[in-house]
Ligand binder design. Structure first.
Ligand SMILES: Cc1ncc(COP(=O)(O)O)c(C=O)c1O
Length: 451
């Protein structure tokens, strides 16, 4: 084999073009072969097909056919979030334009740990993060790998600002918050009850009175299980009264910022010290596209770090931007490129329309369920998550229906336990879904539920 071509440089595009044709054909073939939202046959069957496609992982001599074979195998065995019946998780179908931009990021391969590896990408990141920070009333924003890393950084910045902090979160909070407290060696968090799915302000008030020392309260905008929004203004008032720091995990609901119709649900977001946003949820980005906005830019001093080969003092004094303090990672992809391209291509109105569409789909689906004699609706959706259950099914039936649909590759639904009962969960993030798709989903569930 001659020396394989590179993706960047003047010859890069010529080398990539035929490979892209191969990739696009293989994606198409794989999706056709799958024929549904998920490969049929369950884990053993999918694993067997992958093993057959891969064969020897590191053969003595390679083969150019590999790109087509493995991309096809991955596409055939994918859970496809662009299929309208793939609706379990906060796992969005990425926009074509964002994926195309991500290809350019891979080809150019800038690394955002020093200016000499990412001259234009670092300026783009500075511009876009500042603009997104302003959307939440903050001064700065950091790019992260998603909600989990954003929540970890929020706790770290709080700990550094107060010289130690105790986390107070709702029982409805994402699991990454208590995990971050554990990772950072903080005391066990105080868990505030959320009997109706959102943090109870009276219980929070009690906790803030009883627990001494510096506190970080974490509220949620868009709970993972039900897409509910904590009462932000009340929580912000309580934090202000107690002198507690406020973090808002808006990994899911932050996308509502783009919508004129739904932005009002985020009142109080601008009172947070830090906000988690995650555009690989309600922002139609390929993974990873997380952000943490930070109201007081001085908080970022906690991340300042020196490594002579990346940000020597004399280089910084001479005007080379110091990037190392913008993340705990060192080598870092320019995830900002796909975000910037999406924001500028769709504009606020275009993104807002996508948000409105998925929220409208969820409202329509909820109507369909409420009007159906054999189904029970948990509640009207606040964002785009709908919880429902066949009226006479047991919790075990519900788990079994979900697994059967997965095994058959017919539909991908999630599950959640609320009010002490198990529910099926549809997280609608596909703006191309049609009312007929949702009716079909309900029919499938009905057909798989034991009578
Ligand atoms: C509310 C909330 N916060 C944080 C996260 C974690 O995000 P990620 O999976 O991008 O790390 C999730 C994931 O679903 C979430 O729902």
């Amino acid at each position: 084999m001659s020396t394989p071509p590179l993706a960047s440089g003047p010859q890069g595009p010529d080398a990539l073009r035929p490979l892209l044709d191969t990739v696009l054909d293989a994606l198409h073939e794989g999706a056709e072969a799958r024929g549904g939202p998920l490969p049929a046959g369950g884990p053993e069957e999918v694993a067997r097909r992958v093993r057959d496609a891969v064969g020897d992982v590191l053969p003595e001599r390679g083969s150019e056919e590999t790109l087509r074979i493995l991309v096809r195998a991955l596409a055939e065995g994918a859970a496809d979030p662009a299929h309208p019946l793939c609706a379990a998780h906060l796992h969005c179908p990425p926009l074509a334009v964002a994926v195309a931009a991500d290809l350019a990021a891979s080809a150019l391969n800038p690394s955002l740990d020093s200016w000499d590896q990412a001259p234009a990408a670092s300026e783009l990141e500075a511009l876009v993060t500042r603009a997104l920070a302003r959307e939440t009333g903050a001064a700065e924003a950091l790019v992260t790998t998603g909600g989990t890393e954003s929540n970890q950084l929020a706790l770290l910045l709080a700990r550094e600002a107060h010289g130690g902090v105790r986390l107070v979160h709702g029982a409805n909070a994402h699991h990454s918050l208590p995990r971050a407290a554990w990772l950072l060696g903080l005391p066990d968090p105080v868990v505030v009850p959320a009997p109706a799915g959102t943090m109870d302000p009276a219980a929070l008030c009690e906790a803030l009175t009883e627990v001494h020392g510096p506190l970080l309260v974490a509220a949620t905008v868009g709970t993972t299980d039900a897409g509910l929004i904590d009462p932000l203004p009340e929580i912000a008032d309580l934090c202000a009264g107690r002198g507690a720091r406020l973090h808002i995990d808006a990994a899911y609901g932050g996308g509502l910022l783009f919508s004129d119709r739904h932005r009002g649900k985020l009142d109080g977001l601008d009172r947070a010290d830090t906000v988690t946003l995650d555009l690989h949820k309600l922002g139609w980005q390929p993974v990873a596209a997380g952000l943490l906005t930070v109201r007081d830019g001085h908080d970022l001093a906690a991340l300042a770090h020196h490594a002579d080969y990346l940000n020597a003092d004399d280089d910084t004094e001479a005007g080379l931007p110091d990037l190392l303090g913008r993340s705990l990672r060192t080598t870092r992809r320019p995830d900002i490129l796909k975000i910037a391209v999406t924001l500028r291509t769709l504009g606020r109105a275009g993104l807002g329309e996508l948000v409105d569409q998925v929220c409208a789909h969820a409202a329509e689906f909820a109507e369909l369920i409420a009007a159906h004699p054999r189904f029970e609706l948990y509640d009207r959706p606040v964002i785009s998550t709908v919880l429902f259950r066949p009226a006479e099914a047991t919790d075990d039936d519900i788990a079994a229906v979900r697994r059967t649909l997965l095994h058959e590759g017919r539909a991908v639904l999630g599950r959640a336990t609320l009010d002490g009962r198990r529910w099926l969960k549809a997280t609608l993030l596909n703006p191309h879904t049609r009312p007929g798709d949702l009716a079909e989903l309900l029919k499938l569930v009905e057909g798989h539920t034991p009578r």
